[in-house]
Write a protein that binds this ligand. Structure first.
Ligand code: ATP
Length: 458
């Protein structure tokens, strides 16, 4: 059984500087979160691991960083203006706003909730007497369609300026750049374009910490393929997406695939499979893999008047490529790594919290700790060791408080190794003690061999 609860993870995140409530000194802004010093390192490490696996380690995917603000026609073409909406209902008694489909999903399962019209949603909730999660009454307004896109105005004077949207997904920035990227990167199909960036959705029911927020980062790939090759490529990308998480330490028993029912599919999708994780509040989507067919390129071609096709030099054929899209939530992934790493055990009769991050994700890789802070001979040596290791590993030097307290602090931020410099180091053997975060086992290692030792471990 996992020892992580949301409460514990939220509390540790605040206490140790992973994630703070947004605008806290002003009383906050609901469901906004700021990454602190360790949180931003963790988040950057997740991005780095993803970019390495899907871009740098392969030759068929290249990167892109497109604007958040796009020509509003993009969102007409993509179908978002028309259908990127959720069924919104208000509780007449306590005024709580709810998502009708999610209420049904919570009581009767996702199969009953998907593909229903607004009228059907209202009827199911009434017939099944599904209560308001806040006040317990079943007195809702009719379900109405609520578009999730944030609107703003571009230009100096609001009245005369153009309406623009904050992008609700990063994918469209990739589609509109299909020709630019294909021509400049000289890629032959199959190839992919990857992007990491912010997306905004005016969610009706955000919550569960950073699981569902209105501003979040996505890591998306649009993988362009020839018709008839989708099944194999879909399977390969599905496996690679799964491996991304297991490769960074998430247990196979904590994840599962969930295929979307045909009624549940988004307007653009021919097939969708999600990877879900077992969060303390239940199973939730981590990433989705969708077969988008030729929908997006065809739509953008139609709306922009630009041909968005591919010329195959081998067959001399022109065609609109199909697309397979792995779409990962970055903040949800970070939350998953936080929850999954969280553990409690007992060391020397004392309880401790330990974040068992994969070394690639750990915000700090090494802590250099002089046994005492008031002996120059010890601190001087410790600073020398710190200078040696910090060139290669993100490291911390800490001389305040008892050594036990300093170990506890490093355990709570998930530092894989602590290096302690003591009297023996300077008086006897020119060696340091290396303490392993997970086992708490300690080993003496010669300073001369330290970098080689660490290279093997981290
Ligand atoms: P959900 O069903 O949870 O609303 P979705 O199916 O709408 O998600 P997609 O459009 O497939 O999500 O987006 C891809 C990924 O982006 C999701 O798997 C998730 O990790 C992340 N994501 C989507 N919405 C949010 C959000 N509001 N907050 C944080 N991450 C999100």
């Amino acid at each position: 059984m996992s020892k992580a609860t949301m409460e514990k993870v939220v509390s540790l995140s605040k206490r140790r500087g992973f994630v703070f409530p947004g605008s806290e000194i002003y009383g906050g802004l609901a469901n906004t979160w700021d990454y602190g010093p360790y949180g931003v390192e963790l988040k950057n490490n997740v991005k780095k691991a993803w970019w390495k696996k899907f871009v740098h380690d392969r030759t068929d995917i290249v990167g892109l960083d497109a604007s958040i603000l796009m020509n509003p026609r993009v969102w007409e073409a993509s179908g978002h203006v028309e259908s990127f909406s959720d069924p919104l209902m208000d509780c007449r008694n306590c005024k709580e706003r709810v998502r009708g489909d999610k209420l049904i999903e919570g009581k009767l399962g996702v199969e009953t909730a998907v593909g229903k019209t607004l009228k059907e949603i209202g009827e199911i909730i009434k017939n099944e007497k599904i209560p308001c999660p806040k006040c317990g009454k079943c007195e809702f307004t009719e379900a109405r369609s609520f578009n999730l896109m944030f609107k703003t105005h571009q230009g100096v004077i609001e009245e005369t300026s153009a309406l623009v949207y904050l992008r609700p997904e990063t994918a469209q920035g990739i589609f509109v750049n299909f020709k630019n990227v294909q021509a400049t990167a000289r890629k032959k199909i199959p190839f992919g374009i990857a992007q990491i960036g912010k997306a905004f959705r005016n969610e009706i029911t955000p919550g569960n910490f950073t699981f569902r927020t209105r501003e979040f980062d996505q890591m998306e790939i649009e993988y362009f393929i020839k018709t008839g090759t989708a099944v194999d490529i879909f399977e390969t990308l599905k496996k690679e997406s799964w491996d991304f998480y297991t490769g960074l330490g998430i247990g196979k028993d904590k994840m599962r695939f969930r295929e979307h029912d045909s009624k549940e599919l988004s307007h653009y999708s021919k097939m969708t499979v999600d990877i879900e994780y077992e969060f303390p509040f239940g199973w939730g989507e981590l990433m989705g893999l969708a077969h988008r067919g030729t929908f997006d390129l065809t739509q953008h071609s139609k709306y922009s008047g630009e041909e968005l096709n591919y010329f195959d030099p081998e067959t001399n054929e022109k065609f609109v490529p199909e697309v397979i899209e792995p779409s990962f939530g970055l903040d949800r992934s970070v939350l998953t790594f936080l929850i999954d790493a969280y553990d409690e055990d007992e060391v020397g009769g004392e309880n401790r919290i330990v974040m068992r991050f994969h070394p690639d994700l750990a915000p700090i890789k090494l802590a250099v700790l002089p046994l005492v802070k008031n002996k120059e001979i010890i601190t001087g040596k410790a600073k020398e060791v710190f200078d040696l290791v910090k060139k290669q590993y993100i490291s911390e030097y800490d001389e305040t408080g008892s050594i036990g307290k300093r170990y506890r602090r490093q355990d709570e931020i998930g530092t894989p190794y602590c290096i302690t410099i003591d009297f023996d180091t300077v008086e006897k053997d020119d060696s340091v003690t290396i303490r392993n975060r997970d086992t708490t086992a300690q080993e003496r290692v010669k300073i001369a061999n330290l970098l080689a030792y660490l290279a093997e471990k981290i």
